[in-house]
Design a binder for this molecule. Structure first.
Ligand SMILES: O=C[C@H](O)[C@@H](O)CC(=O)C(=O)O
Ligand SMILES: [Zn+2]
Length: 275
């Protein structure tokens, strides 16, 4: 698995386009038939994808130093592809498009399959260190009551679905969900915020081939951007804003790990202060 280290705001402001992309962009997810994992030393989050043609197993690996992946970790899964299955120690969960799964510490075998290998499932994965076992919970998007945020007048009308959140299921430190912009709306998470207590990863998807999002990052008075394409993810350190504007509406999955699981624990930034 690829390993990346932390970047401070001092280093961050000195990076050029390539430097920003090398450190923060994850652009090789969702390869047919492959399971990809990236280990970030920022809060030790693991970001990954599994696109099963034949079945794929979640491996442990030297980076974890444990005998199986979830020995001391928890895992969140959201399927952004076609119908598939996740089997946890022999128990099979059907995963339709945008279905989610919280997998607690202690599960030994995690296996991914597609219903139709010509049209595979695309499982997106976020994992964090965990020290307590919580039960596995299947999360269907249709049972989540979304929060309505923004407005068409501000080009940021969107629905936010909390999947792994205290209202839905227990977790040690992982909080995860999905935000879908309404047609004719292009701004996400704006006005923006930081949260020194948590880092965050965004996965942008449901975009067409020419589609792009200028993902905004950096300190509020020292902003940078990364151009994002469909099914790419971006690491947001705790000190960075995370917001973006696209050429049309899109959807993104956010996952957070760190000090607390208080979704509303954000430091809101006044637009006047952004440079
Ligand atoms: O800390 C929270 C995260 O940045 C996201 O949940 C924000 C988001 O999805 C949105 O405003 O649409
Ligand atoms: Zn945030």
């Amino acid at each position: 698995m690829e390993v990346r280290y932390g970047i401070s705001p001092i280093e961050g402001k000195g990076l050029d386009t390539k430097g920003l992309r090398d450190n923060f962009l994850i652009d090789d997810l969702f390869r047919n038939g492959e399971l990809k994992l990236l280990y970030s030393h920022i809060d030790r989050i693991i970001v990954g994808s599994a696109v099963p043609v034949d079945s794929l197993e979640l491996p442990a690996g030297k980076e974890l130093g444990t005998s199986f992946f979830l020995e001391r970790r928890e895992l969140g899964i959201i399927n952004i592809g076609s119908k598939g299955y996740v089997t946890l120690d022999g128990v099979k969960y059907e995963m339709n498009n945008k279905d989610g799964l919280y997998v607690g510490k202690g599960v030994r075998e995690v296996c991914f399959e597609s219903d139709n290998s010509n049209n595979p499932a695309k499982f997106y994965l976020n994992s964090a260190p965990a020290h307590k076992e919580y039960p596995t919970v299947k999360i269907d998007m249709k049972y989540i009551t979304p929060q309505h945020l923004g407005s068409l007048a501000s080009s940021n009308e969107r629905k936010l679905y909390q999947y792994i959140h205290p209202n839905v299921c227990d977790s040690c430190q992982l909080v995860m969900g999905l935000t879908k912009l309404e047609p004719n709306n292009v701004w996400n998470t704006f006005p923006c915020h930081t949260h020194e207590r948590r880092m965050e990863v965004y996965l942008y998807f449901d975009m067409d081939e020419e589609g792009l999002v200028f993902h905004l990052m950096g300190e509020a008075d020292e902003t940078r951007h990364i151009v994002m394409r469909n099914e790419q993810a971006v690491i947001s350190p705790s000190w960075s804003i995370h917001s973006g504007v696209g050429n049309k509406n899109y959807t993104f999955i956010w996952g957070m790990v760190g000090e607390n699981i208080e979704f509303t624990d954000m430091d809101h930034i006044d637009n006047i202060k952004i440079k």
